[in-house]
Design a binder for this molecule. Sequence first.
Ligand code: BGC
Ligand code: BGC
Length: 836
Amino acid sequence: MTQKLLTLVSAAALLAACQSVDAPRQQLSDAAIAIKPERWPLQSPVIERNPEHEAKIRDLLSRMTLEEKVGQVVQADIASVTPQQVRDYHLGSVLNGGSSAPGGDNRAAPEAWLALADEFWLASTDISDGRIGIPVMWGTDAVHGHSNIMGATIFPHNIGLGMARDPDLVYRIGKATALEMLTTGVDWTFAPTIAVARNDRWGRTYESYSENPQLVAEYAPRIIEGLQGVLGSDEFLGPGRMLATAKHFVGDGGTTDGVDQGDTAVSQAELRDVHAAGYPPAIAAGVQAVMASFNSFHGEKMHGYKMMLDDVLVDRLGFDGLVVGDWNGHGQVAGCTNTDCAQSFNAGLDMFMAPDSWQPLYKSLLRRVKRGEVTAARLDEAVARVLRVKLRAGLFSAGKPSTRAHAGRFELLSSAAHQAIAREAVRKSLVLLKNNGGVLPLQPGARVLVAGDGADNIGKQSGGWTLSWQGTGNSNAHFPHGVSVYAGLQTALSAIGGEAVLSSDGSFDQRPDVAVVVYGEDPYAEFQGDREHVEFTSDAGLKLLEQFAAEGIPTVSIFLSGRPMWVNPELNASDAFVAAWLPGTAGDGIADVLVADDNGSVRHDFAGRLSFSWPRLATDVAVNIGDDDYDPLFAYGFGLSYSEEGNLPALPLHSGLTGPAAVNPAQLVAFGDPIGQWSLYVNDGSGDTRISDSRARSAAGGIVVSPIDVDAQEDAIHIDWRSAGALFVEGPAADFSREYTADLVLQLHYRVVAAPSSPVHIGVGPEALIDVTAALQSSHDAGWQTAELRLACFGTGPDAMVAVERPIRIVSEGALGLELTRAGIVPNPGDADCSM
Ligand code: BGC
Ligand code: BGC
């Protein structure tokens, strides 16, 4: 190792730099990738247009001003818009993004949500200015229950529901979710995700029911019917029902290397038959909204793809609802920005999701309509689609949110009936991969030690899109009706004369009969969940398993994850292994299956069957049922029952990863040499001096850099500031705007060997520097430290991070002795803020 270990790359550069784990892609002919609408299924619109609605739409259009029409097609985020603005701009819709909540409080009481819904509704229908007053429509990501609301039932994420192979179950979940949503006065959910995830590197794999398009096509209409009611029946959009969204159209689960918001470079046939499989049945079930996807198809972004949005979705598939954009997704269309994008609108987007950009976007759209760059006919068409959906949902006559049928009935949040459905869903989602010696079910009288960081952690078992966007920062206290895995086991075991003892770290006084270890992935959502491979890299669970195994205590793994992962060491160290996915609040569903009755008989058998193929190697990131050379460790459809032979022989321990990526992809130091484009410099006021071979002396001798050994030879540097100056990473401009929006953090591993004598600041990109003097002073002589600072602390907005040449600067105004091993931009562990 001769080169500097301190370097910094963007997550994207890291993806590019590390070994590719995907098979070479097939070459596709131009003909194979051309979109030919006539090759897509032809469905006639399933919903007859209601003549009264159409008359009302015509009447409204004839009276609405241009401003009112433009407002109707713009959706703003509640964190960036006030009720007054909804009135002044006649906005058609508001949403709460994953991080937005009343008063900015993700744990706000349901009463606060309902009160805010009233405020927006009252503002939208205020006609004191002599205008029309069209009720606003509120959308939210109720993707596994009403999951932004404290106290709501959190159902398993879609991946677990796919394992359950029960379309009726997702119908009932949809129905329960709709009721819970209506208590807080929201009208519309951005669910279901009907992505067919084909590369498990994708951080949204868990939002997908299955890699198998058929299963997704079976589920999509049923969850929609649960949410909206069955089309053709009186229940459709009737009491207790609300609006659903099929998302993200289309190809979200098919991006190259599973990169979120990436490019789906498959054939038209694969786009249609695999990724779009859920859309014809979703539309036939009457889904009222479709969300355009962030991804592109061979480089062309869906948000601007007229042939897909108009010719395929509307004309061929017969979709007669509204096409909503995704979070500033229009801004990614060639030639567009977040605040200006006629292209999307002309391509068939009916409503812009313009969370923070709505005001300038509204203005630019109005300007473009006035100039004729967007035709009046196109605007009328989009407004008509929005109004039609509102009319079908009964929003014109529903009245103020708090006066509606289920509003304020907060006893429906986690009602006994809903908890029972969630518990059933958890039971059915569990997949048993191994049961050597029949260690499961747990027997009457058994003393069971429950260990691992997931044992008593409802936040971890719920995953992303739970109370907060990434699902981080949650504790059991935030789930008033939630049951942890441990709590469920304790109740079930004590009912049969046994006991569960919680011991997160695995220590015990009295030797247990069995040890259950609950561990797995920590919560993540879009983008932050993308990985280079599917090896489960944390060894905390493994250490516990090995410790118990060494003492001859039988072990059971309960693995929490958003995707199938390479866990051969854990499988080997477990006598029984249960893939539990992201079960949500009904942790007691796990005990229902794992714990026997008082005769020692099974109460509920394992019903889960893999809806995703399980990888043989960590590099098997895109192994899917139907592949030519299909060779998974556990095939699609696998899952043991109690009556089956559950013995699994020891598995090979080679993960398939070679080199540094096997260590830990987030730790850039593992790569040794500076990655890609970056170099390190020092400057003491007399010009830049490049650090090479871990050594440098700045021009005037004010800063001296030398190599040190920490865990390996020259794996860190010592920077000796003798006078004021800066250390910085520099390279050709890189785009960090996505990392900024996705709330990533700058992570530093450092040790202070000489406390700063004067102020020290750290900067990312061109803008604000953060004062870290106090933090460095207090960590003097305190050993190695890891610091995380949110990128959002370093600038005014994503636009400032579009072309970053100096992704890190450490500026000291005086003497300082600092050692550094690595720096990188990594997912937010959850509690990072603007101080070290
Ligand atoms: C996600 C969507 C979500 C929207 C609103 C986007 O970033 O891709 O799935 O509905 O945000 O939170
Ligand atoms: C997500 C939103 C989230 C926001 C946070 C978006 O990409 O879709 O739901 O609130 O980022 O900045």
